[in-house]
Design a protein around this ligand. Structure first.
Ligand code: SAH
Ligand code: SF4
Ligand code: F3S
Length: 453
């Protein structure tokens, strides 16, 4: 039987999709190249902004037509499952609004997906829904990873969020903060390395709030975990995302100066540069405390590059508040960033606040902000022209002989090599010479045939 998973949203969903494939592989599902030949299609969804959530319904409409046409033409049936944060947030409502949906499964319940599918295969008239936050951790029941993730892999170490920023659905869709035990993380990391992974990105909605139990029963924070992971032979690079400014403690900052495997790049969302807005967002940090963290990080690791998330048009955001955001951006200088128009989400405190900012003003602010952020990204990339740096090649490019990898600063780096050598280089780290920066990455030439250890 064949499975097609379409993933929306953040990297945690990317990780979850791979793990759902593992769960379903254990009951006989292999990959389909498209929904056209799939027996089961899983939409792993995101609820963070209205647009993301609405996409799911249009995709469901398309899948229903595909299934009806296929069956009418004498073809096979298709089960349709909705997983992820829309499933969690909208639950059985989803099956009412989109009756084509056979299965609804939340982010903390997908280890039970194989049972749900098996029941449906026996009784096609049923519907299945599981949006529990079960007391047992799904990680205890997940099968081994069936497919190597490749040179650069994700590893979820922490889930959920207790911070309740007033704009955000994550605490409701992912549940309370939870950290996986140290040994479990180390074992998964070692397995990834044996399968050829050289770079691991540790994932969590609040990854730097990590507090996992160690074998001795003591609690380790993220810096402790990173130091231990750095001792694994063959694991050359470590990253983590997403961090909250409030949990950026001094030990973790210090790790950037004394753990060479920890890459000099940090995604540290700030959302706004205005103290008034930060307060109403319930962020628990202000503009100055963000600047202080950035200073500490840069003195620990002078070549550290920062990326961030921004929301414009939060309820009550004035021109002066927005200017404060623009000013923060100019002051810090980001290598990369994501920015969004505020999207009111059902059930979150900010959604019912008066003083919603008109859509047109949100769009104007967003485009002014993005102009500056794009300029900063391009100039960060351009500044590397003529430099040498190390790149982990993790995939082939579009053109024959083109390979793509990531610099220490997560810049997508394109290199052209003789076609016969391309395959060999994937999974290796090599020194490259940067010819020029591009808006989204680097164009470079291989500087050495020898691998960087
Ligand atoms: N846990 C991460 C972020 C998770 S959501 C953190 O704390 O930083 C990713 C990003 O989506 C957020 O950083 C925020 O910028 C954006 N976002 C979240 N809710 C939003 C909303 N209601 N409208 C617009 N953007 C939103
Ligand atoms: Fe959402 Fe805030 Fe939690 Fe991040 S810290 S997941 S933005 S509530
Ligand atoms: Fe979206 Fe859920 Fe991730 S809402 S951003 S998929 S945690």
């Amino acid at each position: 039987m064949k499975l097609f998973i379409k993933t929306y949203g953040c990297q945690m969903n990317v990780y979850d999709s791979a793990r759902m494939a593992d769960v379903l592989a254990s009951v006989g599902f292999g990959p389909a190249v498209s929904p056209d030949d799939a027996d089961l299609v899983v939409l792993n969804t995101c609820h963070i902004r209205e647009k993301a959530a609405e996409k799911v319904y249009s995709e469901l409409g398309r899948l229903k037509i595909l299934r009806d046409e296929r069956i009418a033409a004498g073809g096979k049936d298709m089960l349709i499952a909705v997983a992820g944060c829309v499933a969690q947030a909208e639950g059985q409502e989803l099956q009412k609004r989109a009756p084509a949906v056979d299965i609804v499964v939340g982010p903390q319940a997908y280890h039970r997906l194989s049972g749900m599918v098996s029941r449906l295969l026996k009784n096609r008239d049923q519907r299945e829904a599981d949006t529990d936050f079960p007391p047992e951790s799904k990680f205890d029941s997940l099968p081994e990873e069936s497919k190597p993730q490749g040179p650069a892999a994700f590893l979820t170490i922490q889930e959920g969020c207790d911070k309740f920023c007033t704009f955000c659905v994550v605490p409701y869709t992912r549940g309370a903060e939870f950290s996986r035990p140290v040994q479990e993380v180390i074992a998964e990391a070692k397995k990834l390395v044996l399968q050829g992974t050289r770079e691991i990105t540790l994932l969590g909605q609040n990854v730097n709030a990590y507090h996992g139990e160690s074998p001795s029963g003591s609690i380790w924070d993220l810096s402790g975990l990173i130091r231990e992971l750095a001792t694994i032979d063959g694991l050359n690079r470590i990253r983590f995302t997403t961090s909250h400014p409030r949990d950026m403690n001094d030990d973790l900052i210090k790790a950037f100066s004394d753990v060479p495997a920890l890459m000099p790049y940090l995604h540290l969302p700030v959302q706004s540069g205005s103290d008034g807005i930060l307060k109403r967002m319930n962020r628990g940090h202000n503009r100055d405390s963000y600047f202080t963290i950035v200073e500490k990080l840069r003195s620990a690791r002078p070549d550290l590059a920062l990326s961030s998330d921004f929301i414009v048009g939060f309820p009550g955001e004035t021109n002066a508040d927005f200017d404060a955001t623009m000013d923060l951006v100019k002051n810090v200088g980001f290598a990369q960033a994501y920015s969004f128009k505020y999207s009111p989400r059902p059930g979150t405190p900010a959604a019912s606040q008066a003083e919603q900012v008109p859509e047109k003003l949100k769009s104007e602010r967003l485009s002014r902000l993005q102009d500056v952020l794009n300029e900063q990204q391009y100039s960060f990339n351009n500044a590397m022209s003529g430099c040498f740096t190390d790149v982990l090649f993790d995939r082939k490019g579009r053109k024959p002989g083109q390979i793509v990898g990531r610099s220490p600063w997560l810049q997508a780096t394109h290199v052209e090599v003789p076609e016969a050598e391309a395959d060999n280089l994937i999974g290796q780290i090599h020194r490259v010479h940067v010819n020029r920066g591009a808006p989204n990455g680097l164009i470079a030439t291989l500087a050495s045939d020898e691998e960087v250890a």
